[in-house]
Design a protein around this ligand. Structure first.
Ligand SMILES: Cc1cc2nc3c(=O)[nH]c(=O)nc-3n(C[C@H](O)[C@H](O)[C@H](O)COP(=O)(O)OP(=O)(O)OC[C@H]3O[C@@H](n4cnc5c(N)ncnc54)[C@H](O)[C@@H]3O)c2cc1C
Length: 424
C-alpha cells in the first residue's frame, strides 16, 4: 500500500471535534445520512456545559441577551458580588472587544434582526429534536408541560410588556397569569408572585447528562469512531484531506471537519484565520435530589434572573452570568446565592445531598450561534456559540450541518449565523 493510500483509508467523511450535545447532534445527523464519522474529544465523559445545564427546551427565547438600556442595570449588578452578572476584572482586557460588540447589539435595528434570526432557528426545534429523541429513546424524558415566568412586582411585569408583545409578533405563544393562576399552577411557589406568563411551547428534559450519554451511545452504535485527544489546530495542507491536529501531533483527517468545541472553539477557528468573538459565560446551579416539593414545569424568576427545573434527578436551581474566562476556578458562592433564592421562593425545599455545578456557556455577543462554512476553507463547518440555548438548538444545528455536508441548500438562511459577521 502506498503512503497516500494508507492515509486516505483512514480519512472519514466527517471529523467532528467536540463531543458535547452540539457535536454529537451533528455526528448523529451525518451518520443517519450514511457518512462515516470520527468524533474527537479531549474527554468524552468529562464535564461540560451539555452535562449540567438547566434542561430547558427554551424555544420561546427569541430575543438576544443584550437589550437597550441594559447597561444601567448591568452596572448595578456588577457591584453586587453575588448578583446575576459578574465580571472578573482580570478578565476585562480580553473581554473588552466582546463587551463592546455586546453593547452594540442593544440598538433597535440589531435587536430586531437578531430576534428574527433566533426565532427562525427556534421555530423548527421540535421538528428536529423529536426525531433525534425518538431515535435515541429519549422521548419519555421530554416533558412538554410549558414553563412559567413569574414576577414579584407590577413594575417589572409592566416593564417587560414591550418585549412580550414583540415576542408574540415573532410567533411566541404566551398568556398572562394572575397571582391566583400562578399559585394554582405551581402550589410550591411562595405566594408572592403578582403576575406570571405561561409559555406553552417551552419544555424540559429529565437529565441533560443522561441525554448526552444516550446520544453518544447511539452515535457509537451507528458506527462512529471515537478518538480521545485535545485538538490544538486545524491543518489545511493542500495535498491531503484536512486534519484536526492534536497536542500529540496526531493528524485526524476527514473530508470535512466540524468544529463543535463549545466555549473553546475560538482557538480552532483562529488557527485557520477566522476571527470570532466568543467568551465563556459561566453559569452555576445546584441540584437537589431530595427536594421534597412538587414542581411540574420550569419556572423562570424574572426579577432575580434564575430558574428552577424539575429534572428527573432533582430540582435544579441556577442561572448567573459570570465573565471570568475558561481557566479561573469556580466560585461556588454563586451556586449558594442562587440556592438561597430558591429556598426563599420554594419554601420547604430540602437541600440534603445538594450538588453544585459550574459550566461554560459558549457565548457570542449577539446571542446567535456560529453555524456555517468557514469563508477560509469550505471543508470546515462551524457549529458552536449557542450560549444559553445549546441544548434547545442542538438537533437543529445538527440538521443544518448535515445539509451543508450533503451539499444541500439548508431550509433556512444561514447568513445571520456566519462567522464572517466578526470580520470587522
Ligand atoms: C448554567 C447553565 C444552564 C444552561 N441551561 C440551558 C437550558 O436550559 N437550555 C439550553 O438550551 N441550553 C442551556 N445552557 C447552554 C447549553 O448547556 C450550552 O449552550 C451547550 O451545552 C453547548 O454545547 P456544546 O456541545 O457546544 O459545548 P460543550 O457542552 O461545552 O461541549 C464541548 C466539547 O468540546 C470538547 N473540547 C473543547 N475543546 C476541545 C479541544 N481543543 N479538543 C478536543 N475536544 C475539545 C469538550 O471536552 C466538550 O466535550 C445552559 C448552560 C449553563 C452553563
Amino acid at each position: 500500500m502506498t503512503q497516500q493510500a494508507e492515509v486516505s483509508s483512514k480519512v472519514s467523511d466527517v471529523v467532528v471535534v467536540g463531543g458535547g450535545i452540539v457535536g454529537l447532534s451533528c455526528a448523529w445527523s451525518a451518520l443517519r445520512e450514511g457518512a462515516t464519522v470520527t468524533m474527537v474529544d479531549r474527554d468524552f465523559e468529562g464535564d461540560r456545559a451539555s452535562h449540567g445545564n438547566a434542561g430547558g427546551i427554551a424555544v420561546t427565547e427569541t430575543t438576544p441577551i443584550a437589550v437597550s438600556g441594559m447597561y444601567t442595570k448591568a452596572l448595578k449588578w456588577l457591584f453586587d458580588p453575588l448578583g446575576p452578572l459578574s465580571l472578573d476584572w482580570k478578565h476585562l482586557p480580553s473581554a473588552l472587544p466582546w463587551l463592546v460588540a455586546f453593547q452594540r447589539c442593544g440598538n433597535k435595528e440589531r435587536f430586531r434582526a437578531i430576534s428574527l434570526a433566533l426565532a427562525q432557528l427556534n421555530d423548527r426545534v421540535y421538528q428536529d429534536i423529536v426525531p433525534m429523541f425518538e431515535d435515541i429513546g429519549a422521548m419519555k424524558q421530554l416533558y412538554r408541560r410549558g414553563a412559567m415566568t413569574v414576577y414579584e412586582t407590577d413594575e417589572a411585569f409592566a416593564a417587560d410588556q414591550r418585549e412580550w408583545t414583540f415576542k408574540r409578533e415573532l410567533g411566541v405563544r404566551w398568556r398572562a397569569l394572575s397571582q391566583a393562576e400562578v399559585q394554582a399552577l405551581e402550589p410550591s411557589l411562595a405566594p408572592v408572585f403578582r403576575h406570571g406568563v405561561f409559555l406553552e411551547d417551552w419544555s424540559h428534559i429529565g437529565d441533560p447528562k443522561q441525554l448526552v450519554t444516550q446520544l453518544r451511545d447511539r452515535v457509537r452504535a451507528l458506527g462512529a469512531t471515537f478518538v480521545s485527544g485535545t485538538v490544538t489546530r486545524l491543518d489545511m495542507s493542500a495535498s491531503l484531506a484536512p486534519a484536526a491536529v492534536t497536542d500529540t501531533d496526531e493528524h485526524i483527517r476527514g473530508r470535512r471537519i466540524v468544529v463543535a468545541t463549545g466555549a473553546w472553539s475560538a482557538a480552532l477557528a483562529e488557527s485557520i484565520g477566522d476571527r470570532v468573538l466568543l467568551d465563556s459565560e459561566r453559569g452555576y446551579n445546584t441540584t437537589l435530589p431530595e427536594h421534597g416539593i412538587g414542581l411540574s414545569r420550569e419556572v423562570i424568576f424574572a426579577e432575580r434572573k434564575f430558574v428552577a427545573t424539575p429534572l428527573d434527578i432533582g430540582v435544579r436551581i441556577g442561572g448567573a452570568a459570570e465573565f471570568a474566562g475558561l481557566k479561573a476556578p469556580p466560585n461556588y458562592k454563586r451556586s449558594d446565592a442562587l440556592l438561597a433564592l430558591g429556598k426563599r421562593f420554594l419554601p420547604g425545599i430540602n437541600d440534603a445531598g445538594a450538588v453544585k455545578w459550574m459550566g461554560h456557556r459558549p457565548a457570542t455577543p449577539d446571542s446567535l450561534p456560529v453555524i456555517g462554512r468557514s469563508p477560509r476553507a469550505s471543508s470546515v463547518i462551524y457549529a458552536f456559540g449557542h450560549g444559553h440555548l445549546g441544548l434547545t438548538q442542538s438537533a437543529t444545528t445538527g440538521a443544518l450541518v448535515a445539509d451543508l455536508l450533503a451539499g444541500r441548500t439548508p431550509g433556512i438562511n444561514l447568513e445571520p449565523y456566519s462567522i464572517s459577521r466578526f470580520r470587522n
